[in-house]
Design a protein around this ligand. Sequence first.
Ligand code: HEM
Length: 81
Amino acid sequence: TSTLPVYTLEEVTKHCSLDNGVWVTYKGDVYDITEFVAMHPGGDKILLAAGGALEPYWALYAVHQQDHVLEILSEYKIGVL
Ligand code: HEM
């Protein structure tokens, strides 16, 4: 069971830079990936998704359709939409 907070899309969109924190959404969950940005194998491209949904980008970059990528993402979950 989850006791994580519920966030609005508006709140997520405010977290769109390394200064304000980098949040993304994926399948209705909210992630704070600020600490992961510097470790991303695909470099700064990850910031294109900052403050919004991962789905359109992960549809383009199919390298993310792997269990190990979802495991990394799961470590950064902070809430739900
Ligand atoms: C590669 C994670 C967002 C572009 C990767 C890899 C991981 C990863 C683990 C290496 C996969 C492998 O080779 O097995 C993530 C996570 C993201 C994220 C956790 C979000 C929280 C994005 C976004 C973009 C992107 C939004 C593009 C706009 C790429 C590219 C590569 C890559 C181009 C290939 C890099 C290379 O092999 O040269 N990502 N990614 N990623 N990612 Fe991401």
